[in-house]
Design a protein around this ligand. Structure first.
Ligand SMILES: [Zn+2]
Ligand SMILES: [Zn+2]
Ligand SMILES: [Zn+2]
Ligand SMILES: [Zn+2]
Ligand SMILES: [Zn+2]
Ligand SMILES: [Zn+2]
Ligand SMILES: [Zn+2]
Length: 1722
């Protein structure tokens, strides 16, 4: 709500009335009256409209206050019969707390369910109860609550085991069974009853009230004014944006107000958007309706009288009040339950609770929430009423029996789907997008139904049977509307014009899947119900297909001496539908008849004689043929909608109640038919009958067809048909079809998944069907079929198939897609090869059929099948053209294998005297009859065994022939009553020979493939590269990758010279004289780095950084006015420069960049697509490695060593330097416009020292291209570092470059420490190159800037060290980061030195500065060292003694300057420790800096981590190893400086707590600590409320991993403006916390979010894994998650390395959809 609105004044006339009101008197009056109901209503009618809703802006505080005084207080007085404060306290004393936890979940709160013990998945525990329960040791699932549920702890019905947590464990000694009402007087009970009845009735009346201008009788206000509200309601159709836009137009409000309105509507379900007279509100309404009715259904708006709104407000308040009052006493709670559930005058379903629930969907969200909460705190907390209430609130079979809920729900459901075709089937194409919300409601009805069915009955009563079957009837009505819906007709000629709607029907099917399965499970628990259900279902199917032969000609088919009557029907010509729920339900029930043995025990009760097998199979068969034809490409013109339908038909989400059941129906039908008849009908539906039925089909197929497409189609159809036959005979893993246990089916599914490849837990779960509990049953069996392999730092844990399970592999497993099948085949053949086995993949052993399906095996040996097998084999013997396929042969071989295995099994299991009638071997040995006299199947196989074109199938044919031989032996042996063992492996020797040959061949093949792959990769990379650089690229590519090396300038191999290496000062070691030659990655030309040659540049990425910040509270600087010269030691904002190390000519780079720019412009005009980089902002990808870059650094030659003549000592140099500075001061003053600083004129002109040519302007030594690049990089660093527009004239440009150099060095120094790497020798080349170029650039950048301004910086920098009266406002030394100072002063000195011709060497000056700053840093540390920690006094050796004494002396000097601001210190030991550890990072940074600046080789001792580093480091830096000598040897000179530093007012102020005090060493920053258990985070997030919308739950709570702030992300409420754009909370936070770069954890999603700037972002795998070694992004699976520290460290490293933006770039390049996301709204 807009905050600007002023409080409303209560009219004074009312005030007196209110003041005179007495609750006590009113209550005693009520005690006298006869009609209390009327009296209370009158009271409400009078006061409610005077308290509530008096103006445009509600004022909840004063309203609630008045309501308490005038409305609730009298009720409480009446209830208690005395002062409520005493009365309620008395009640509370006798209160028995409930044993149910009943904790109501907040949105996003974690909930736990035990997979082993929960009665159903809706039974959940709150975190507290869970942690105190036995289930935390069980297999549990964790989810986040959508809000509104409650904890089931203590409910014995909800848990099979361990219903109580420790806290809610009942105390046996307590008399908990006691009636809570026993403590109350009858008077009290009566009064309580009265009040509750009236108040609850009032609340229900008002909340279900739907008139806008009237009130229920008795509530009409005494005087009503013309005051109305225009009330806007929530709907599921309009978007936030639409609502906001419309409101701005309709009620003329600002965008902010509109957002606030829309947010409230979304949250509460309604919001008044205007207050005024009727006409005024009506006008707003009409504008809203008009504006929203165009595209869709208009927004719902009502103009409501203020009194109606007022009463509704109070009704909500009254419910709250009830909840509050019953909180005092279980007795009151019991009474409220009675009141609520008492039947009203209208009889059934008329209690107040019923009324509320029936109106649930009509109520607005806010009201619903309030009454749900009341229910939860009353009805569900009372053990007695919880059960009673369950009847009303939907649970279990009681609902079905007593409420007939199933029927009601389905009826309502069917009513919602109104559009039907002529046959009464649903027509979803009539459902437009706007009506989709209605569909959503339909879906929630299905949810209710699921809830009703979730607990299966253990005992059936007659009444339950009756109601269930009644429900089933309604259900069948629904199914009849679905049977045959969305039919398709094959499109010939032209492509369909519009893809037909198919999703709605499939959504419905998917939602119903579990319901259908659950209904079958119910039927499976009672024989009588099953029999009745079967009959009903059969009747329904008969009804659906009453016209099944209508208009379809009867025909007779004959083949192989058999004939059958059927109809003429072509799937390819007529309507066919994929939706057959009635048939499929019948199939499911049919299996149950077999499984429960009902079919054998009560055959007389079953309508088996009414079954018409051809009718049963007809529609499922059509559906399967449709799939085959789609595979064969016959339905291409029907577009994607059909392809999608076929996909879902087989998909794991639908197949259980679609494809699987169709197959079962075919099995059921075929088991009741003559197998020859069945096959002829199948052939006919596949439209293959004509091919196989002709007498000489073995020949004619070859001749007849010449059309290539038709031949191809027929080939595929034959393959599909053979596969179907395999499935009909071979799929026996459904309990009831085959003789299997429940878990055999799931085992087989898992085995076949793992035959494709090893899989992660979640992949397996996805491939298996889930039941309504979201369980796959996998855990029970996985360990017997697979072994688990743990994951490493990347990747995930995997299950691998146990080797002994591989023999159960079936290549034609019915749930394989074609892709799965070929992958599995490849994998299994490879396995066989590795194990040295033959290549045959024969069918596996199958379990026997159940008796009801037993006759199916005869399909294998029937004449029609043998005829077909013979035909295919014959075609294989004499292949011609495309009229035959290897897949066909492979399937035929598989079928023959199945036949042989079947025979072998039967022989094994047969008892001695029993004859095995299944004689497949005999049938295949018999030649065809005259006249054709065709060869037998066996003969054909023997023939094929040697066919050269069938090499691949040889092993299989050999396997078959061996089987035949073995079976023959078995038969002979059985004849002589011997037991037979299965034949295994004969002919080992010949196979070994073959194997060797095959192995050699395979190796050769592998080598060839590898070569090809590498070649392909190469050419792909080259092609990509050429495309990117077409304009530039002319040279041959061959050597490109070989020679794409980086700089060769800096080798780390230490020089061989014996002298100790020194990197700074007059004694510094000379760099090896070496020409630096580098190669341009773009033109491949070599180039020497020289000041006067063409510029070479390094691709670089400059970014702002807070990674090292010690003060995240510091607000970002004002970019325009910020003075960056001194970095504060808190390092709060820095500029980091990184590089991929790739070098180009500056002109090559420029041309490349221009080409990229041009391409982007064209692309943006054309497609408006985004890229991962922002060309407008100077970004590009490195042309070689695609690393994100935004500028280039020029490569510069190293400085030549100066000839070291005698150099001045410190004292002398200080003098010279002072003179130089004075000279510069006066020179600069001259430059300034006259009159600006007239006062200064009084000062004497200072003569310049000898040899200091103040007027001399040096020539830049650099070539024009280098000069240009100096400006380019300087400007880029300035622009990015300060977040300003580029301005090369700004004097701050060089400062930013020096700063970036220092910051980058510091950041790398930290990384080396964190990674425990040595200072030198461990950095990747690219970082070395980057540091060198940065340092040398820094020393040269003054040449591109105005010399006076650089000298001005120099003067100010020096003044911070050597106090200079002419420089005002120098920072105190506690506010200066010393490495930044060192780098800046050294790099800026060049501008001064260029005017000096005295022979003073740069080296000497560098060393003086370095020593001075080192002393300053030591002083800085002594000032901040803090009080001595109590440690054991350490004895130290002689060397250390000296240092301890020295440091004490220095410290005491400081104390003489600062007095009591510094604590007294007893020993030097502590101080020396502090200084020595504190100064180390600075010294290491300085070593890195001077090494790269001066190009001095590094001492080998620093290439490893070993003792004695300190001395080596000091030596390298030209420092005494006792640093205090720096001070003590120059005491007289330094004393004044010391005094100057200490007397700066800032020092005393900071020490007394007036500033940010940083202590040294600065520890590396880490990402925040995360809890081990992910649910702790979820819990934390769930109690987080949006900081802007007053206690609301945040939808996307997001944790900043850098600082630990929780944010309300991705939501309008927390959008803020950043640089004139609305951005989400994360982007806004990123700006302050991470200078534009952010690392977050989206808690609800369990996902890491990387953000960079406003436009870049990506998601990253979270560091939390489940027990299966997998992340759960989106928290969909609910497995418990635990922190993986290695993965978290990896994320931290990315951050510390400043690689987050680069990571985003790579992710976006790899996945273009990431580019389109509006990251700034997160
Ligand atoms: Zn609980
Ligand atoms: Zn509990
Ligand atoms: Zn459990
Ligand atoms: Zn080049
Ligand atoms: Zn690169
Ligand atoms: Zn943060
Ligand atoms: Zn928010």
């Amino acid at each position: 709500m807009a905050a600007a609105e002023s409080d409303r004044e209560v009219p004074s006339a009312l005030c007196t009335e209110f003041l005179n009101f007495s609750a006590k008197d009113t209550a005693s009056k009520w005690l006298q009256v006869t009609d209390l109901y009327k009296e209370v209503y009158q009271h409400l009618a009078r006061y409610v409209p005077k308290i509530y809703c008096l103006g445009p802006n509600l004022n909840p505080q004063s309203e609630d206050l008045l309501a308490q005084l005038l409305l609730q207080a009298p009720l409480e007085w009446y209830l208690c019969g005395e002062d409520p404060s005493t009365g309620l306290a008395k009640l509370e004393q006798n209160n028995q707390p409930s044993q149910l936890c009943g904790h109501v979940f907040r949105v996003g709160e974690p909930t736990y369910s035990c997979r082993e013990c929960a009665a159903d998945p809706t039974c959940v525990l709150c975190m507290q109860c869970f942690l105190g329960s036995v289930h935390k040791e069980h297999r549990y699932r964790m989810t986040t609550s959508g809000g509104g549920g409650f904890c089931d702890c203590g409910d014995t019905e909800a848990w099979k085991k361990g219903p109580y947590c420790q806290k809610h464990e009942p105390n046996i000694s307590d008399s908990c069974q006691e009636d809570p009402l026993a403590h109350l007087s009858t008077d009290m009970i009566a009064r309580c009853y009265n009040v509750f009845a009236i108040v609850l009735k009032y609340a229900v009346d008002m909340l279900t009230w739907d008139k806008e201008d009237e009130l229920p009788p008795g509530l009409e206000p005494p005087d009503r004014g013309d005051t109305y509200y225009c009330m806007l309601f929530n709907d599921e159709v309009h978007t936030y944006e639409q609502v906001i836009y419309t409101l701005q137009k309709a009620v003329n409000c600002t965008q902010k107000e509109a957002v606030s309105f829309a947010t409230t509507v979304d949250r509460d379900g309604r919001k008044s958007v205007r207050f005024g007279d009727f006409a005024f509100c009506e006008q707003a309404k009409s504008v809203i309706v008009r504006n929203t009715s165009r595209q869709s259904k208009p927004l719902r708006v009502q103009v409501m009288h203020s009194s109606v709104v007022a009463h509704q407000c109070f009704a909500l308040k009254a419910l709250h009040w009830l909840g509050h009052v019953i909180g005092y006493s279980d007795a009151l709670r019991r009474i409220l339950c009675q009141v609520g559930l008492e039947r009203g005058p209208e009889g059934e379903n008329s209690s107040l609770v019923d009324t509320l629930m029936l109106c649930d969907s009509k109520m607005w969200k806010g009201a619903r929430n309030v009454y749900h909460q009341l229910f939860m705190s009353s009805l569900l907390m009372d053990l007695k009423y919880k059960k009673l209430f369950a009847i009303q609130f939907a649970k279990a079979r009681m609902l079905i029996t007593e409420e007939n809920l199933m029927t009601t729900i389905i009826r309502t459901f069917v009513d919602h789907l109104r559009h039907r075709d002529l046959q009464g089937r649903f027509q979803f194409e009539r459902y437009t997008a706007q009506q989709a919300f209605k569909f959503r409601r339909v879906q929630s009805l299905i949810g209710d139904l699921k809830y009703v069915l979730i607990s299966r009955p253990t005992e059936w009563s007659d009444q339950l049977r009756e109601k269930f079957l009644e429900g089933l009837d309604t259900f069948l009505e629904l199914f009849k509307c679905m049977q045959g819906m969305d039919p398709v007709v094959r499109q010939v000629g032209q492509h369909i014009e519009m893809e037909p709607e198919w999703e709605a029907a499939f959504t419905l099917q998917m939602k119903l899947t579990h319901i259908i399965s659950m209904m079958q499970e119910w039927c499976a628990t009672d024989e009588r119900v099953l029999i009745e259900a079967y009959k009903k279902c059969l009747t329904a199917l008969t009804h659906c297909h009453s016209g099944f032969t209508d208009g379809e000609q009867p025909i007779t088919l004959s083949m192989c001496g058999h004939s059958v009557d059927t109809i003429r029907y072509c799937v390819s010509q007529e309507k066919v539908s994929i939706h057959l729920p009635v048939s499929r339900l019948l199939a499911g029930l049919h299996v149950l008849l077999s499984k429960m043995e009902v079919a054998y025990r009560f055959p007389e009760q079953l309508p088996l004689s009414e079954l018409s097998p051809p009718m049963l199979i007809e529609h499922p068969l059509r559906c399967l043929v449709l799939c085959a034809q789609v595979h064969a490409g016959m339905w291409r013109r029907n577009g994607f909608s059909l392809v999608n339908q076929i996909y879902y038909y087989h998909n794991v989400k639908c197949r259980v109640e679609m494809f699987d059941k169709d197959l079962i129906m075919l099995q059921a039908g075929a088991s009741m038919m003559d197998p020859n008849h069945f096959l002829m009908i199948v052939l006919s539906r596949f439209e293959l009958y004509h091919i196989f039925s002709s007498a000489d089909c073995r020949k004619s197929y070859n001749r007849e067809n010449t059309n290539k497409d038709v031949v191809q189609q027929n080939n595929t159809l034959i393959e599909e048909m053979l596969h179907l036959i395999m499935m009909v005979v071979g799929e026996r893993f459904e309990a009831g079809v085959g003789q299997v246990e429940g878990c055999d089916e799931i085992k087989r599914e898992i085995i076949h998944q793992l035959c494709i490849r090893p899989m992660a837990h979640s992949e397996l779960v996805k491939a298996l069907p889930e039941n309504e509990n979201k369980e796959t049953g996998m855990e029970r069996v996985i360990d017997c079929v697979a072994s688990f392999k743990k994951p490493g730092v990347t990747g995930r844990g995997l299950y691998e198939l146990r080797p002994e399970c591989a023999k159960q592999f079936n290549l034609y497993f019915h749930h394989y897609s074609r892709a799965d099948q070929s992958k599995a085949e490849e994998a299994q053949r490879k396995l066989k090869r590795q194990n040295g086995e033959d290549m045959a993949l024969p069918p596996p052993m199958l379990p026997p059929f159940s008796p009801l399906f037993a006759s199916l095996v005869n399909i294998l040996q029937c004449d029609v099948l043998l005829g077909m097998l013979g035909a295919v084999l014959q075609w294989a013997v004499e292949p011609s053209g495309g009229h035959w396929s290897e897949s066909m042969l492979q399937r035929v071989l598989h079928l023959i294998g199945m036949g042989l295995l079947e025979e072998q099994q039967q022989l094994k299991n047969s008892s001695e005297d029993h004859d095995v009638s299944f004689n497949f071997t005999l049938k295949i040995s018999r030649p065809g009859e005259a006249p054709s006299n065709t060869a037998s199947v066996l003969a054909l196989l023997e023939n094929l065994q040697n066919a050269p074109h069938l090499e691949v199938h040889k092993d299989m044919i050999r396997w078959i022939l061996k089987m035949v031989a073995s079976i023959k032996t078995m038969r002979e042996l059985t004849a002589t009553t011997y037991t037979v063992t299965a034949s295994g492996s004969h002919g080992q020797e010949e196979m070994v020979c073959d194997k060797d040959k095959a192995e050699r061949k395979r190796k050769a093949e592998m080598a060839r493939l590898r070569r090809e792959k590498i070649m392909a990769q190469m050419s792909e990379m080259q092609r990509h590269f050429i495309n990117e650089n077409k304009e530039l690229f002319k040279q041959s590519l061959e050597e490109l990758y070989a020679s794409a090396s980086t700089s060769t300038s800096l080798e780390h191999s230490p020089t061989s010279s014996d002298a100790a290496l020194v990197c700074v000062g007059p004694r510094r070691s000379r760099p090896r004289e070496k020409r630096q030659v580098v190669t341009c990655i773009l033109c491949q030309e070599e180039q020497e780095i020289r000041a006067d040659s063409k510029a070479m540049v390094l691709a670089a990425f400059v970014q702002r950084s807070t990674v090292m910040s010690k003060n995240r509270k510091r607000p970002p600087h004002d970019p325009e006015h910020y003075d960056p010269l001194f970095m504060h030691p808190d390092l709060s904002f820095g500029t980091h420069t990184g590089s991929c190390g790739h070098i180009m000519h500056s002109h090559c780079w420029q041309r490349y960049f221009e080409a990229v720019q041009a391409k982007e412009q064209r692309r943006q005009q054309r497609l408006r697509v985004h890229t991962s980089y922002d060309v407008g902002n100077g970004e590009f990808l490195c042309p070689l490695c695609e690393c994100l870059s935004n500028t280039v650094i020029p490569l510069l030659p190293g400085t030549k060593g100066s000839n070291s003549c005698e150099q001045p000592g410190l004292g002398q140099w200080l003098k010279i330097s002072g003179q130089q500075i004075k000279a510069m001061h006066s020179a600069h003053r001259k430059l300034q416009p006259v009159g600006v600083d007239a006062v200064e004129e009084t000062e004497e002109q200072c003569p310049a020292p000898e040899n200091f040519r103040i007027d001399y302007t040096p020539m830049s030594p650099y070539s024009s291209t280098i000069k240009e690049m100096l400006t380019t990089f300087g400007t880029a660093t300035y622009k990015v570092g300060l977040k300003v527009h580029p301005n090369e004239q700004d004097p701050r440009v060089p400062i930013m470059c020096w700063g970036s150099c220092a910051y980058t060095i510091q950041s790398i120094e930290r990384l080396l420490v964190d990674e425990e790497k040595p200072l030198f020798g461990s950095l990747p080349c690219r970082q070395d190159d980057c540091l060198s170029s940065l340092a040398r650039f820094g020393s040269a950048c003054w040449t591109a800037a105005s010399q006076p301004s650089v000298q001005g910086h120099y003067i100010r920098l020096v003044a911070a060290l050597i106090p200079d009266p002419q420089v005002e406002t120098s920072p105190c030394i506690l506010d200066i980061d010393m490495l930044h100072l060192l780098v800046s002063v050294v790099l800026s000195y060049g501008s001064v030195h260029s005017q000096d011709s005295s022979g003073l060497s740069v080296d000497a000056v560098q060393l003086h500065f370095f020593h001075l700053i080192t002393v300053a840093h030591m002083v800085q540390m002594l000032l901040t060292s803090g009080p001595e920690e109590v440690t054991m006094e350490q004895e130290s050796g002689g060397a250390e003694r000296e240092e301890e004494e020295d440091i004490c002396a220095l410290y005491n000097t400081l104390r003489t300057h600062l007095g009591s601001s510094l604590p007294e210190v007893a020993s030097g030991w502590h101080l020396w420790r502090c200084v020595k550890t504190g100064i180390l990072p600075y010294l290491r940074g300085a070593a890195l800096f001077f090494h790269h600046l001066n190009g001095v080789p590094t001492p080998p001792e620093l290439h490893a981590i070993c003792p004695g580093q300190w001395e080596v480091l000091c030596g390298y830096l030209s420092l005494p190893s006792n640093l205090l000598q720096l001070y003590h040897s120059q005491k007289e000179l330094l004393e004044p400086l010391l005094y100057g530093w200490c007397s700066h007012p800032g020092v005393r102020q900071t020490l007394q707590g007036g500033g940010v005090l940083v202590s040294f060493p600065r520890e590396s920053n880490s990402l925040i600590d995360l809890p081990d258990d992910y649910s702790a985070l979820i819990n934390q997030a769930s109690s987080f409320t949006c900081p802007k919308s007053g206690g609301d739950k945040s939808r996307a709570p997001t944790l900043c991993l850098v600082c630990g702030s929780m944010l309300c992300s991705q939501s309008y409420c927390c959008q803020t403006e950043l640089d004139g754009e609305d951005v989400g909370a994360c982007t806004a936070h990123t700006f302050a916390c991470g200078a534009g770069v952010g690392i977050f954890l989206r808690v609800r999603e369990s996902q890491v979010l990387f953000l960079s700037g406003k436009t870049k972002g990506c998601f990253y795998a979270p560091p939390y894994l489940d027990d299966y070694g997998e992340t759960d992004q989106g928290l969909r699976r609910g497995n418990p998650l635990h922190l993986c520290r290695q993965r978290y460290r990896k994320i931290q490293k990315l951050w510390r390395q400043h690689s987050v933006t680069e990571e985003i770039g790579h992710a976006q390049e790899a996945n273009q959809t990431l580019v389109g996301i509006d990251w700034q709204h997160l």
